[in-house]
Design a protein around this ligand. Structure first.
Ligand code: AMP
Ligand code: DBH
Length: 542
């Protein structure tokens, strides 16, 4: 087992195996089996390209050989930052077969995040597209290579320039396949982070594949399912709930959308006879608006999932009439626990709750500040442990003592209420994070970047309400001199290579922060101040 990855205590491991949660499968093994069982069936459609299970399996073997010739081996970490293209899967499964670990960066991450992942994970390689969405990722490759001494290879899908071209790495399989244990770590997923930088989440073959199997059952995914991936597939939600990997596990077909816009996605739903897709709330709003003026045949579409951030009941109510399919709410986290509303739940449950845990082995507690269980139905912090929820972040010993209870429950930082039927409603958050329409921002990370500016004496970032994204970020700044502007600070953050979604949407200059009785900056008060300001400015505009 890779160093720095806390695991389940022995008795829990035995229990999850005995109960049949962990069946001893590996990702490499699954693909091999599906290729045997489904051979010519299409696994992945991307534009005009159709890749069968057998073709995928073969290309994965060839690529694994190429990676081996570069010296990539078991337990090596490889930062993978690829958009929704077939190579994402070829790369991941090739690494899985070698026992090397993908570290999943998102396409929106920039040098600040990428360099940190490469450095912290001590990655040997970094895999990128040449260009995507108007951005040239090779510039990130150059920076990473300059800044991160442990990084040996930058591998590019497309025009590789001075780097290694992925297309040159498909080689005849001549290698010995290393022995991969189902309890090995398969990859490192990212957390949205709450204190400082994103934490890395070690997920095993056993635990992740269990989550896929249960997700498939709940979402009725089988070999006839067609899953449209519109969100970036590296994210845990479209990756696994049931997402692209759940669909491949079931022998279904994954259709990759290059962008989440209705223009691309709607015609794909019709053309590819999509049965299920997954959205975040702001995207659901855009789709609802677009469907009014467009006519497509959506008769194959059975389920639209919405998750990643709180979906308002008023909007949730509009999904079924607009698209003629069921809504499923998904409340999950890359650390593990995923809650779903069930497809046959009563309408009011589907609209008003964020679902219930997917597995009977998920343990959840709703607790107060002293970790005591709250009264049934009351709001408290959600704690969880179970067969696919991690027991600790990668190389984060000290943080783990705070993020997990001594008996292994993960502190989600979500404030929830649990109703008498076991369904959860997300009521708020108890972590220093902004959820910008599903994209998570750790306040402290951005504050630290702001503090690096000469003119910034102190900074505090909070969420402000937004009708479209649910939340946007507002930076309160105490400046050292009067002439620094909001734009200057935003540009400064951009130049430091911070992902665009983390750049504060608004900057408020203040002379002092409000404090709690304990002397900490009161973010609650700051949230109130900005929310009130927004409301009153709206009123004056009426
Ligand atoms: P992460 O830990 O970065 O994977 O982000 C997971 C977090 O996203 C959860 O702990 C919640 O705060 C938030 N989240 C995910 N799905 C939902 C949802 N359906 N409703 C409200 N919040 C959600
Ligand atoms: O937001 C998330 O991280 C998330 C949402 C829905 C997730 O990880 C998931 C489902 O698996």
């Amino acid at each position: 087992m890779l160093n720095g990855c806390p695991s389940w205590p022995k008795e829990f491991k035995e229990f999850y195996r005995k109960e049949g949660c962990w069946k001893g499968e590996t990702f490499g093994g699954i693909l091999r089996e599906r290729a045997k069982g489904y051979g010519n069936r299409i696994a992945i459609t991307s534009g005009e390209k159709n890749l069968s299970y057998a073709q995928l399996d073969k290309r994965v073997d060839q690529l694994a050989t190429g990676f081996q010739t570069l010296g990539i081996k078991k337990e090596d970490r490889v930062v993978v930052q690829l958009p929704n293209i077939t190579e994402f899967f070829e790369v991941c499964f090739a690494l899985f077969r070698l026992g090397a670990l993908p570290v999943f960066a998102l396409p929106t991450h920039r040098s600040s995040e990428v360099n940190y992942f490469c450095e912290f994970a001590e990655a040997v390689a970094y895999i990128i597209p040449d260009k995507h969405s108007g951005f040239d990722y090779r510039s990130l490759g150059r920076e990473a290579q300059l800044q991160v001494p442990n990084l040996q290879h930058v591998i590019v899908v497309g025009e590789s320039e001075e780097f290694i071209g992925l297309s040159n790495l498909y080689m005849d399989p001549i290698k010995d396949e290393p022995n991969i244990s189902p309890s090995d770590i398969a990859f490192l997923q990212l957390s949205g982070g709450s204190t400082g930088l994103s934490k890395l989440i070690p997920r095993t073959h056993d635990d992740y594949i269990y989550s896929l199997r249960v997700s498939d059952e709940i979402c009725n995914i089988d070999q006839h399912s067609v899953y449209l991936a519109v969100l970036p597939v590296a994210h845990n939600y479209p990756l696994s709930s049931p997402g692209v990997l759940g669909t491949l596990y079931a022998g279904g077909r994954v259709v990759l959308s290059p962008a989440p816009s209705p223009d691309e996605a709607f015609s794909l739903i019709e053309k590819e006879q999509v049965t299920i897709t997954a959205l975040v709330p702001p995207l659901a709003l855009i789709w609802l608006e677009a469907i009014k003026s467009r006519h497509y045949d959506f008769s194959t579409l059975k389920v639209i999932q919405v998750g990643g951030a709180k979906f308002s009941a008023e909007v949730a109510r509009r999904i079924k009439p607009a698209f003629g399919c069921d809504l499923q709410q998904v409340f999950g986290m890359a650390e593990g626990l995923v809650n779903y509303t069930r497809l046959n739940d009563p309408e009011e449950i589907i609209i008003n709750t964020q679902g219930r845990p997917m597995s009977p082995y998920d343990e959840i507690r709703v607790v107060d500040e002293d970790d005591q269980d709250v009264e049934p139905g009351a709001v408290g912090q959600l704690l969880t442990r179970g067969p696919y929820t991690i027991r600790g972040y990668y190389k984060a010993e000290e943080h783990n003592t705070k993020a997990f209870t001594s008996d292994g429950f993960y502190r989600t930082g979500d404030l929830v209420s649990l109703n008498s039927s076991g369904y959860l409603v997300v009521e708020g958050r108890d972590k220093d994070q902004i959820n910008r329409g599903g994209e998570k921002i750790a306040a402290e990370e951005v504050e630290n970047h702001l503090l690096a500016h000469d003119a910034v004496h102190d900074a505090a970032i909070v969420a402000m309400p937004d009708p479209f994204l649910g939340e946007r970020s507002c930076a309160f700044v105490i400046s050292r001199h009067q002439n620094v502007t909001a734009n200057e600070l935003k540009n400064f953050l951009k130049e430091r290579g911070l992902a665009t979604f983390k750049i504060p949407d608004r900057v408020e200059f203040v002379n002092a922060f409000p404090y709690t009785p304990l002397g900490k900056v009161s973010k609650k008060k700051l949230r109130q101040i900005i929310a009130e300001k927004l409301t009153s400015s709206k009123l004056t505009h009426l």
